[in-house]
Design a protein around this ligand. Sequence first.
Ligand code: GLY
Length: 433
Amino acid sequence: MKILLVGNGGREHALADALSRENVSLELLAAPGNPGLAQLARVLPVKVTELDTLVALAGEEQVDLVIVGPEAPLADGLVDRLQHRGIPAFGPTREAAQIETSKHVAKTLMARSDVPTARAETHRTALDAHAAVRERFGAPVVIKASGLAAGKGVIVCHTLAEAHAAIDRIMNDRAFGDAGNEVLVEAFMQGEELSLFAMTDGTDVLTMLPAQDHKRLLNGDDGPNTGGMGAYTPVSLGTPALLDDVTERILLPTLHALRKRGAPFTGLLYAGLMLTEEGPQVVEFNCRFGDPETQAILPMLESSLLDPMLAIARGARIGNMSPLVWRAGASVTTVVAAANYPDAPRTGDELTLPDDDSTRRVYHAGTARDANGRLITGGGRVVAVTGLGATFEDARRISRDGAESVGFEGAQMRTDIGWREAERIAAASTEAE
Ligand code: GLY
């Protein structure tokens, strides 16, 4: 079995790690990959934006499956092109990927299907968006660029002044380019966020363990927004009853709406949820595995990852497959980021890493090799260290100690990943005394 994995981040390293642990005889290719992926796969210097070359490569190599990690090639139609050539691909078509690439399309689908989500309006001029904030929303409010903005297009505004400035930044200054041609003004939701991933054939779902991401750079959820500084799973708030509710009222109706639109979604549907007092509501959908949640979730998977991926990519149904099986205990992932991340991450710093062992995985993200073959920093989020433990506290300690032993100049990390879960555990043990 030969698989081409498209991408070069910690998420793709975690996917490759899970697949190669499951099946040691797999032949993995990664484009463009990274030095961590190079230990598991034959890496090929093809960027995720070079769609023609990727399709040609998949054809020449006669791969059995292509797994597309990031959203950009999905948005550009890589899966459509692979399907056209008869090459099985895990990921949605361009049209179905609009569930992530157009927040306007996502909101419209949700409204038509009564999927719970915050009230929102889409506007195509700054003038209209300003009026919406002034006359109908007030503050706090959320301003979103409708298109893909590398995770930076969502601005939570606590005052009217912040909201008006956010609209100007997106629509007048064009901070996110064409992604800001449309802007969403959305009611602010209060609660805890939860990420729920589901592998889907377009109709049925296999849900994964719920996880919680940490978007801010600094401890205590302070500082600037990032791509994600850490994650943990499972989350005690994500009870089986809550996951059933999300499946029935959010995932299945959304998939139904996409089918009705003529754009069935296959691959990995990521529901970004807010757990409000009125129940779970959708913050956003993504059309791919999340990063860094994947690095926490996949090492917990005991059943096959490959079987459902392959079935979905081949167009088979997964409704008769058994639910995914997970190991007991917990998983915590701590991201170690480069100096000056997220504004202008410094690259080129020499890097030393701890080894993997039975309770620790070290996933490469922004790493590179210099001309002498030395490992150096090569991006904003450099590595993600996942700790696996019998308890949440064990997993957290292993992840934190591992991340602290990552060596490079200017390394930044949070030491409080999972702080909400830690507080819940502490409160429960006080109550029990
Ligand atoms: N964890 C956030 C994302 O993958 O978009």
